[in-house]
Design a protein around this ligand. Structure first.
Ligand SMILES: [Fe+2]
Ligand SMILES: [Fe+2]
Length: 336
């Protein structure tokens, strides 16, 4: 019996080099350092090896037949999950140009040939620790998403609501020219916006009739509850304003803080539109969903009072361009 909760696995390092002698040399060093070594002799083999068994670190030569190291690096860094695998470029010590091309392609570090075993040890250790932290961060987000799905699972009326809100919010952000990172945040924030409903009892959340004043107050606490749940999680700090403020109104009549106009963080202003739209056109326990024409009329009517007029305008243009059909279609495809 061991005293550890999780067994300590030997980190897997993939060595990619077209020269067998270089691979063997590195394998010898890495083996001494306690790593498990996988080998590939060109870029194609490297991508195949990563697909078959994800390594914790890649040591990557640049000049190789079939597919060179720069192309491998670019492909892996463009992949949503594999981009977290640290990549170390292997170069001749005087080859500044290759180092720079490697860094431009997203490499995390470089190592000069001939290798100094001590340097190899320190660089691999640092990157592997970084990798472990990234994985934990990833896991935190995974847990939150699971919680968001748990909220939805309680109420068949809101199934996939959060996912759609995320997609709408992301589309508004892109149309407004926000960066790819901000759009990603809008998506994540959209998925998590109603997380606080986990703290609302079924008797209120699923009540088929109108809520009493006390029940309504409780229901409204979900935005603050959601923020409270996520407060200690550093990795979601950027979404907190979306979670807390997605029910604010630009005229100041929303909750929880009665913020008005541009005082409402832009992510929350965007999410408010995405959320309201999806709520209007979906069935709820106490009413059927509105027809699109009617929802659109209300959106126009409330723009400038409930919602940011400029952002509502952007959203209406996106709806005209078929956004709603696209979002629901991708969602159906994902479920099938
Ligand atoms: Fe909400
Ligand atoms: Fe919502």
């Amino acid at each position: 019996m061991t005293n550890q909760i999780a067994p300590v696995a030997r980190p897997k390092v993939l060595v990619v080099d077209d020269i067998a002698a270089n691979r063997e040399l590195l394998e010898g060093h890495l083996d001494d350092l306690g790593y498990r070594v996988l080998q590939a002799k060109d870029g194609i083999e490297a991508l195949e090896a990563v697909a078959a068994e994800e390594p914790d670190l890649i040591l990557l030569d640049i000049d190789m037949p079939r597919l060179d190291g720069i192309a491998v690096c670019e492909q892996l860094k463009a992949h949503p999950l594999r981009r977290l695998i640290p990549i170390v470029i292997l170069t001749a010590s005087n080859d500044r140009d290759t180092k720079l091309r490697g860094i431009a392609a997203g490499a995390d570090d470089y190592l000069s040939k001939p290798f100094d075993p001590k340097e190899l040890l320190i660089r691999t250790k640092v990157l592997l620790r970084q990798r472990a932290l990234n994985e934990r961060l990833d896991a935190t987000e995974g847990v939150l998403h699971a919680l968001a799905r748990a909220v939805e699972a309680r109420d068949r009326h809101t199934i996939h609501h959060a996912e759609r809100v995320g997609r709408y919010a992301e589309a508004i952000g892109a149309a407004r020219g926000l960066t790819a990172e901000d759009c990603e945040l809008l998506y994540q924030g959209g998925v998590l916006h109603d997380l606080g409903k986990i703290a609302i009892p079924d008797a209120i959340l699923l009540k088929p009739g109108p809520l009493t004043t006390a029940e309504f107050t409780k229901m409204r606490s979900h935005s603050v509850e959601g923020e409270r749940i996520c407060l200690s999680l550093r990795s979601v700090a950027h979404y907190l304003p979306i979670i807390r403020h997605h029910h604010e109104r630009v005229d100041g009549a929303g909750y929880p803080d009665h913020l008005a106009g541009a005082d409402i963080p832009i992510g929350a202003r965007i999410t408010a539109i995405a959320d309201s739209w999806d709520a209007m056109v979906s069935d709820r326990p106490y009413r059927a969903g509105l027809a699109e024409d009617e929802a659109l009329r209300r959106l126009r009517q409330g723009s400038g009072t409930q919602w940011d007029a400029g952002l509502a305008h952007v959203f209406i243009d996106l709806l005209d361009g078929g956004l709603m059909q696209r979002v629901t279609r991708t969602q159906l495809a994902a479920i099938a």
